[in-house]
Design a protein. Structure first.
Length: 277
């Protein structure tokens, strides 16, 4: 039986960041999974209706652009990836706007780079934009600005993956929780696709070397991340005092179960944040 969690963690959360990856948004052939995206829009709109702020960090631009252009593989060069991101981002936002407006909520596109977060002026401008979007009942749709970020300056100006981006967005806007939707149920003590005896870890107190060793590589060819990037994101968020959850995004309604106090996925406990005032 899974261990008991503190049900008030998310019950009292007023601002939530949800991250969805390419493997959640698309089928294995790279085309959009409209049924799942519709559920995501409905669930997040319902959460906003309950009085919470929700920001959605989304991958998928390159995957969508690749499918739209009829390519049978993910582009290898920086220039091709940036071009597919430019094409795919337009399509991705059109799809999100269409579904969210069915539930009465406008969306706002927010494209970020690492420089936005690290520069005090641009970070403050971004925070002001988020807060204003929330005030108007909008759902910010966040992605990395792949058309200007490039591999040659990756360590200087890119996040590299949207798991990391979601953690920094959560920190930047003062989120009360970060929810990462994945293609597996959470963190296991070994790869469940290879080891039938793998056990789901329900609660992680500290993300140490042992926990990091449980991560493998990227789950699919449609995304850039894997469990390793999700654990790194969880570490960033929890060290900033933000509880983080990794859930299986196959049925996005699992977010309801989580918000109701259900023991689903893996819960990474937030570290106490020191107050020097």
């Amino acid at each position: 039986m899974p261990p008991q969690r503190n049900m008030d963690i998310l019950k009292n959360a007023r601002r939530i960041v949800v991250k969805v990856g390419s493997s959640t948004l698309t089928y294995e052939n790279g085309h959009m999974n409209f049924k799942r995206i519709e559920v995501i829009a409905r669930v997040l709109s319902d959460i906003v209706n309950s009085g919470r702020d929700v920001a959605l960090v989304t991958s998928g631009a390159i995957a969508v652009g690749t499918a739209k252009m009829g390519l049978d593989h993910r582009p290898k060069t920086t220039e091709e990836r940036q071009a597919m991101a430019a094409i795919g981002q337009c399509e991705l936002m059109r799809i999100y706007e269409s579904f969210f407006q069915n539930y009465g909520h406008p969306v706002g596109q927010v494209l970020l780079t690492r420089g936005t977060v690290e520069n005090e002026v641009s970070r403050r401008n971004a925070i002001n934009t988020f807060n204003t979007l929330f005030k108007f009942g909008c759902v910010p749709i966040v992605n990395e600005n792949d058309t200007v970020a490039c591999d040659e300056i990756e360590m200087l100006d890119t996040f590299g993956d949207n798991d990391t981006l979601s953690a920094w967005v959560a920190v930047m806007i003062g989120a009360d929780a970060l929810i990462i939707l994945s293609d597996i149920d959470g963190l296991y003590n070994s790869d469940p696709r290879k080891c039938p005896d793998a056990k789901l870890i329900h609660i992680v107190e500290t993300i140490d070397d042992t926990v990091m060793s449980y991560a493998g590589g990227a789950g699919t060819d449609r995304g850039t991340g894997g469990l390793l990037t999700k654990l790194k994101a969880a570490k960033i968020a929890t060290e900033a005092g933000i509880p983080t959850f990794i859930l299986n995004g196959e049925d996005p309604e699992i977010i309801y179960e989580l918000l109701d106090g259900g023991c689903v996925g893996t819960y990474f406990k937030a570290k106490p944040v020191k107050n020097y005032t």
